[in-house]
Write a protein that binds this ligand. Sequence first.
Ligand code: ZN
Length: 274
Amino acid sequence: MVRERVSDNVYVFTSELYAQVNAGAIVGPDWSVVVDTLAYPEETNEIRDFLENRLESPVRYVINTHHHADHTLGTCWFSDAIVISHSLCRQLLETKGREALREAKRLNRELWDVHVISPDIIFSEGGISLKVGKRTLKLVHLPGHSEDGIGVLLVEDRVLFSGDIMMPLPYIVDGDFDVMIESLKRIPQMPLENLVQGHGEVILRGEVGSVVQDNLDYLATIRRHVKKAARRRDPEGYLAKIDVESCGKSRILLNGLAEDLHMRNLYALLDRMQ
Ligand SMILES: [Zn+2]
């Protein structure tokens, strides 16, 4: 796990074990808020150790940006914390989340002690705010990668933890293509110093616009290819030749998962168009 400080008492923790997942922490005067967790127990326990033992700041809240296992499985290691999410995230954790974990446990011994935690505080319409000392955390719905996606905006510091609506490569298989575009377009309108994506590097103020545009361009490119494919006799065969690089993204992104995620994007989009 790599730790980075992005603002006063604001940290980002990036997984070295799985797809550069990011978790974050806002350290207040008496307690901390954690935004997402890392999937492998050893990495989330490193986060907890840093906050609770080194900074002596107990974790009072854990925010789940969405239900996907790579972000939520570590929640169970903060047993005293109150968990906050979108209402759909709780629904999805209790159904798909439990199912996915059962499957993951069969394949991975390291997850045997992990269990799914149902969020305690949920919201649906609008958003909610949380005060951490003098700071304001605004939780806003940012769907598209998944319907339950939220972002956490640190208003005074101008830091956005976006969840997976922003990743080095957009992933739409569990989400909605048009909704993702709408959510992405909202991000450059926020006044930001730092954008902490769900995976990969932290984006600095001057780069936010171009990085978001790069993802919008990727989405437009794959839509063009899938439309073309849908008119062919062998659409799958056509799409198999459209690699991630030809759509403007590097194959080394996300620890090399990029090509695989890209192909799944193409086939998911084709499914929906047909
Ligand atoms: Zn996700």
